[in-house]
Design a binder for this molecule. Structure first.
Ligand SMILES: [Zn+2]
Length: 463
């Protein structure tokens, strides 16, 4: 009889919707419950149709608080899930701001569809604010490196994944019907990034590894090089009186960019110009950052400065919509950081509608732009783009800096695998499009992993 069974219900052959079902020691445990994102109709159907009865799940273990890893928690609760949801303390607090925001987006999307005359179950919101808040009652905070027993013969602990605040890898031990160790990487971060600590993976022999592969086939530029280029871009655009628009995820990238700009300002490498973080969600997540210096890198130094690290005199955080609109009327130079990171929604759209036609301005991408997003089209050189139904000429400069990515690149993924130590009996490659996943298979084979599989959606394996 097999010790355990694993079924892949998301992030299989793609980057979003992370969700894997582990059945072991008499328990059914979900690893992550993420939302599918990307093409609207396709992901809406995937999100709506749960492949199992949530009432029959015993526990949920989440790796980190990005929406593609937690965004279906309210849906599971809405459909009867009432067991514990484990998260690190920082992830727990981030979840408390991320999920209500996700619920508001669901409700707004539903209103939009209703206005277009699309009524019916397909246009109902996936969940509402009450569902998002109900999740919080079930969350159990568990710090890194503390063993927790889900059953007599099933335990797990978190280790730091180094990806965003509170992000974790999950190290599970099954001790029924033989010993079996399962490691789930979560999203793996970078080495040497500010604020967040470096990845600290579990070590020793592993029977089953579930590992992400977002950038399995690409190398990022060094962070030092990225800082230099960021300074150059800000100086150049400020010199001609323009604005730098930085589309950024409210959680992670926004804080890294503030930190980077603060450092450049202190070093005298950028001029004294106005800077704004224009996102209520970024304001909330920044508050959670300030609450958790215990997981910061270079702890002593950070603790001393934790109140000022994400604040400096030139920077303003903007919450109210009226203040955000006023920014559009203001003349440059300025730096404006606003969500969403892939320019699919949020205040960045208003800023670009006002400023993308002005050659003095610059749109600066600092994160992954998925296929079929407006960010990807601008990045690939579209001459005209549609924003809120109107066409705009793209005359602003377009730049991209990948040095601030929160994901390990090809080299760092290999470093992470080496740090596990091994031997690794079998690995499942998830959370990557086809090419990066195939590249990750190569890396794992070169590192001596016995068997490597890229699972398909819904595929089950006996462990
Ligand atoms: Zn992530």
């Amino acid at each position: 009889m097999a010790t355990a069974k694993l079924t892949f219900w998301g992030a299989a052959g793609q980057v979003t919707g992370s969700m894997h079902l582990l059945e072991a020691a008499g328990a059914r445990v979900l690893l992550d419950a993420g939302l599918f994102q990307g093409r609207r109709a396709e992901s809406a159907a995937l999100n709506r149709n749960l492949p199992f009865d949530p009432r029959r799940i015993d526990a949920i273990v989440v790796s980190h608080a990005h929406i593609d890893h937690i965004g279906r928690l309210p849906l599971l609760v809405r459909h009867g899930y009432h067991g514990p949801i484990y998260a690190t303390p920082a992830s727990r607090d981030l979840t408390a701001v991320m999920l209500p925001d996700a619920a508001k987006i669901q409700e707004k999307d539903a209103e939009f569809l209703a206005r277009r005359g699309k009524k019916g179950p397909e246009s109902d919101p996936l969940y509402n604010l009450a569902d998002a808040i109900a999740v919080q009652d079930l969350i159990v905070g568990l710090p890194y490196r503390r063993i927790h027993y889900l059953r007599k013969n099933l335990a797990f602990e978190y280790t730091d994944a180094g990806h965003i605040l509170g992000s974790a890898s999950v190290d599970l031990r099954v001790t029924e019907g033989g010993n079996h160790r399962i490691v789930f990487s979560g999203d793996i971060g970078r080495f040497g990034l500010p604020i967040i600590r470096d990845p600290d993976p579990p070590t020793g022999p592993i029977d089953t590894l579930i590992v992400e592969s977002t950038y399995g086939n690409r190398d990022h530029e060094a962070i030092s090089g990225a800082a230099q280029r960021l300074a150059e871009i800000v100086r150049r655009v400020a010199g001609r009186g323009g604005k730098v628009f930085i589309p950024a995820f409210a959680l992670g990238r926004a804080q890294e960019m503030v930190y980077a700009l603060h450092e450049l300002y202190r070093a005298g490498l950028i001029p004294e110009i106005k800077m704004y973080v224009d996102s209520p969600l970024a304001v909330e997540t920044t508050t959670v950052f300030r609450m958790h210096p215990e997981v910061f890198d270079r702890r002593e130094q950070m603790l001393e400065h934790s109140d000022v690290i994400l604040d400096f005199p030139l920077l303003r955080y903007i919450r109210a919509a009226e203040d955000s609109k006023r920014l559009n009327l203001q003349v440059g130079p300025a730096v404006i950081i606003a969500a969403s990171g892939m320019v699919e929604s949020g205040r960045i759209l208003h800023h670009l509608a006002h400023g993308i036609g002005d050659p003095k301005n610059c749109v600066l991408f600092v994160g992954f732009q998925a296929e079929h997003t407006l960010g990807r089209r601008i990045l690939e050189g579209a001459r005209q783009v549609k924003i809120f139904g109107d066409l705009y000429d793209v005359r602003a400069e377009v730049e991209s800096l990948q040095g601030y990515s929160a994901h390990a690149d090809r080299k760092e993924l290999r470093t992470w695998v080496k740090m596990l130590g091994g031997p690794i009996r079998r690995a499942f490659v998830v959370h990557g499009e086809a090419e990066p996943a195939a590249a990750m298979v190569g890396i794992l084979k070169e590192e001596g992993v016995g068997e490597v599989v890229v699972p398909q959606m819904g595929q089950s394996f006996d462990l």
